[in-house]
Design a protein around this ligand. Structure first.
Ligand SMILES: [Zn+2]
Ligand SMILES: [Zn+2]
Length: 152
């Protein structure tokens, strides 16, 4: 059972720390995403993505943010920090979910993401466009976990 609640929220921040947010409900999806959009946006082969109901998300800083839309996926509005340029969230207007990336979440003194048991990826998604093969025990999916073809 998850423990992410309004009184015990999850917190995250951009690279420079000017933009911060809190999440007050458990995630609805947590996975390593290998899609080409995440690859282009992060410069990494895949990224730990975590989806929440949009109602659970709140900004916790004062500075203005920039929002942008990729014309190929106009239902997704991404938001980035004006100071460091890092994209910190994406809102999907089709599902009314917000996604954040695990590496931005709060960590302990050893550098480990807090509350990992609640956030740990359960699958690899959009694995068809992977840049490398992953040999862990998690399921590999063509699209989203459970609603697309399972590749491995
Ligand atoms: Zn920043
Ligand atoms: Zn992706």
């Amino acid at each position: 059972m998850s423990t992410i609640t309004p009184s015990h929220p999850l917190t995250g921040a951009c690279f420079c720390g000017a933009v911060t947010y809190a999440l007050s409900a458990p995630p609805v999806l947590r996975a390593y995403c290998h899609c080409t959009q995440c690859q282009r946006l992060t410069g990494c082969p895949f990224i730990h993505t975590i989806h929440f109901p949009a109602s659970a998300f709140a900004w916790t800083h004062d500075s203005p943010v920039d929002s942008f839309v990729n014309p190929l996926k106009p239902w997704k509005t991404r938001t980035r920090c004006r100071a460091c340029g890092v994209t910190v969230s994406s809102h999907n207007s089709k599902t009314d979910r917000i996604s954040v990336w695990g590496p931005h979440l709060a960590r302990d003194d050893s550098g480990h993401i807090l509350r990992w048991a609640e956030l740990r990826p359960t699958a690899h998604i959009f694995y068809g466009t992977r840049l490398l093969d992953i040999g862990d025990g998690l399921g590999k999916w063509e699209g989203y976990e459970g609603t697309s073809e399972k590749i491995a």
